[in-house]
Design a protein. Structure first.
Length: 275
């Protein structure tokens, strides 16, 4: 039976691929993006199975209106995908205040507001799925991505809480963590003037790795989009879905190191309890 999906950030990357895959198999899609004309080719091909809405997720009032309109016009939405994202590639000191604000407003606050706008509708239905697109950088870290990590670690903490709160309503939430993938996202990263003080630091090493191509992008973006769809089809609702060998490797290493350090402080942790 065809399903209906609501997806943000559909002009390129995972969002566009999800739209293509879903329409190709006969589903309906509410696709939102800042420039709706980017989907004119799919609109012409698929007609009323593609509902297109202009949406900048940093505009809270617009988020509420577009989500409400999509549910009202389509009746039922089975899956909500928070995919819109923005990144800045710079060391902590290099990024501007405006760049920091844009990353947090898009990746963290924008995703929060989409979920908040959708929940009343999903509760009224008594069912639904939310897929929050995060990244390996939602649990692991890489130099020059500090503000991107701040937004992704933040949305993962928010979503982990939300998942527990909404489960009684028949709504499932999964955090999707793709690894490094050639989606064009890297080319859209905001940058800042380079401070020479960081040249011979890990930040400089990562900058050079991206420039010379040694920072690899091992994952297939269409396979990732298909894996997200297949997860929903199975009915499974894991809290997190790692996608990519680099995600599996890096997140696992981060978790193991974090647990080892955590255990090192067991005695001091217990020592501060009240007598």
């Amino acid at each position: 039976m065809p399903s209906t999906w609501f997806i943000t950030g559909t002009s390129t990357g995972f969002g566009r691929l999800l739209v293509e895959e879903l329409l190709g198999r006969g589903d309906r899609v509410a696709a939102t993006l800042r420039k709706p004309e980017a989907l004119d080719d799919l609109q012409a091909e698929h007609g009323d199975r593609l509902w297109v809405g202009r949406l900048d997720v940093t505009d809270t009032e617009q988020v509420r209106k577009v989500v409400d309109d999509a549910f009202q016009e389509l009746g039922t939405i089975d899956v909500v995908v928070n995919n819109a994202g923005h990144g800045v590639f710079a060391s902590v000191e290099e990024a501007t205040d405006e760049q920091i604000r844009q990353v947090v407003d898009t990746n963290l606050m924008g995703s929060i507001h989409v979920i908040r706008a959708a929940l009343p509708h999903l509760r009224a239905q008594g069912r639904g799925r939310i897929l929050q697109v995060s990244t390996a950088g939602g649990q692991a870290t890489y130099p020059n991505f500090g503000y991107y990590h701040a937004s992704k670690w933040g949305i993962e903490g928010f979503c982990e809480t939300v998942a527990r709160e909404i489960a009684p309503f028949g709504i499932g939430l999964t955090i999707v963590e793709p690894g490094a993938t050639p989606t064009g996202f890297g080319g859209s990263l905001a940058t800042a003037p380079i401070m020479p003080e960081y040249e011979n630091t890990p930040a400089g090493d990562v900058r050079r790795a991206l420039a010379d191509g040694s920072f690899t992008l091992p994952n297939d973006p269409r396979k990732i989009a298909k894996a997200m769809i297949e997860l929903v089809d199975t009915g499974a609702v894991p809290l997190r879905l790692p996608l990519g060998s680099d995600t599996y490797r890096d997140v696992r290493a981060a978790l193991v190191a974090r647990l080892a350090e955590h255990d090192e402080h067991r005695e001091v942790a217990l020592s501060v309890e009240r007598d």
